[in-house]
Design a protein around this ligand. Structure first.
Ligand SMILES: Nc1ncnc2c1ncn2[C@@H]1O[C@H](COP(=O)(O)OP(=O)(O)OP(=O)(O)O)[C@@H](O)[C@H]1O
Ligand SMILES: [Mg+2]
Length: 233
C-alpha cells in the first residue's frame, strides 16, 4: 500500500524529516506516534503530496513517484482525515459528503452516502445542518465519513480523537476497529497508546523526524521505557 524509504522533507530551509522509513501492507493498521512537533503531520503532508520530499522515496500502491500532486494522490486511493478535521463549515453535512464521493477504482464501491450514514447515524439526523453547527464529535465523524466517501485503498487519520469527549473517542475507536476488521488498510496517528496498541498491528515512533522504534503491540506494551522516553507518558 505504502512504503517510505529514508524520506527527508521540511518547510523551506527548515528540514523536519531526516530519513523516515516504514511501510503499510494491504489490510494492515500501522500507527505513527511521537510527542508534539516530532514530524507526524509533516510525514502525512509528504505522503499526501502537499510537501515534496527532498530525499528518499515514497512508494504508493507499488508506484515509486515522489512528485505527485495532492489531487492525483486522493484519486489514486488515499483517503485523509486531516489534523483539525478541516470540514467545509459553510456546507451542509450532505454537501460535505457528496462532494467527496468517488467510486472504488477496483472491486466493489463500499462507501456511498447511505453506507456512510449507516455507519454514523448521528450524521443522518444532521444532514441539512451546516458544518459549523456540528459538535466536535459530529465534525470528526463527518471528516471520517468524507474520507470514506472516496472509497480509499488506504485511510490515513491524523489525530482523529483529539479534543473529543471520552464517549465519542470510544465510538471513533470502535469505528476504526470495524473498518480494520473489514480489511481497510489504515495509517493512524494518535496519542492514546492503549487504544493504538489494541487497534494497530505495527507501531512506529517518531522522534525529531526519525523513526526511532518500530514493533508490534506486545513489544510496545512490554517496554515502559519507550513511553517515558519518546511519548512523554
Ligand atoms: N507549515 C509549517 N511551516 C514551518 N514549520 C512547520 C510547519 N508545520 C510544522 N512545522 C514545524 O515542523 C515540525 C514538525 O511539526 P509537525 O506538525 O509535523 O509535528 P507533529 O508530530 O504532527 O506534532 P503534533 O503532535 O503537535 O501534531 C515542528 O517543529 C513544527 O514547528
Ligand atoms: Mg500533528
Amino acid at each position: 500500500m505504502l512504503k517510505l524509504e529514508d524520506v527527508e522533507a521540511g518547510y523551506g530551509s527548515a528540514q523536519v524529516l531526516f530519513g523516515v522509513s516504514f511501510s503499510v501492507s494491504p489490510g494492515a493498521c500501522v500507527s505513527l506516534m511521537g510527542r508534539n512537533g516530532m514530524g507526524k503531520t509533516t510525514t502525512v503532508r509528504t505522503i499526501m503530496g502537499q510537501i515534496k520530499p527532498t530525499g528518499g522515496t515514497i512508494t504508493r500502491f507499488g508506484q515509486a513517484k515522489n512528485n505527485m500532486e495532492p489531487f492525483e494522490l486522493s484519486r489514486s486511493g488515499i483517503g485523509l482525515v486531516p489534523e483539525g478535521r478541516q470540514i467545509f463549515t459553510n456546507l451542509s453535512v450532505r454537501e460535505n459528503l457528496g462532494t467527496f464521493f468517488r467510486p472504488a477504482r477496483d472491486g466493489e464501491t463500499i462507501w456511498t452516502m447511505d453506507t456512510v450514514l449507516d455507519l454514523f447515524p448521528r450524521l443522518r439526523e444532521r444532514l441539512s445542518h451546516g458544518g459549523a453547527n456540528l459538535s466536535g464529535g459530529e465534525q470528526q465523524m463527518l471528516a471520517i465519513g468524507r474520507a470514506l466517501m472516496t472509497n480509499p485503498r488506504l485511510l490515513i487519520l491524523d489525530e482523529a480523537t483529539e479534543g473529543l469527549a471520552p464517549i465519542i473517542r470510544e465510538q471513533i475507536w470502535d469505528c476504526l476497529a470495524m473498518l480494520k476488521n473489514a480489511g481497510q488498510s489504515i495509517l493512524v496517528i494518535d496519542k492514546n497508546i492503549n487504544a493504538l496498541a489494541k487497534l494497530a498491528n505495527h507501531h512506529c515512533i517518531l522522534e525529531k523526524g526519525r523513526v526511532v522504534w518500530q514493533g508490534d503491540s506486545t513489544e510496545l506494551m512490554a517496554n515502559p521505557d519507550l513511553k517515558s522516553r519518546y511519548l512523554g507518558v
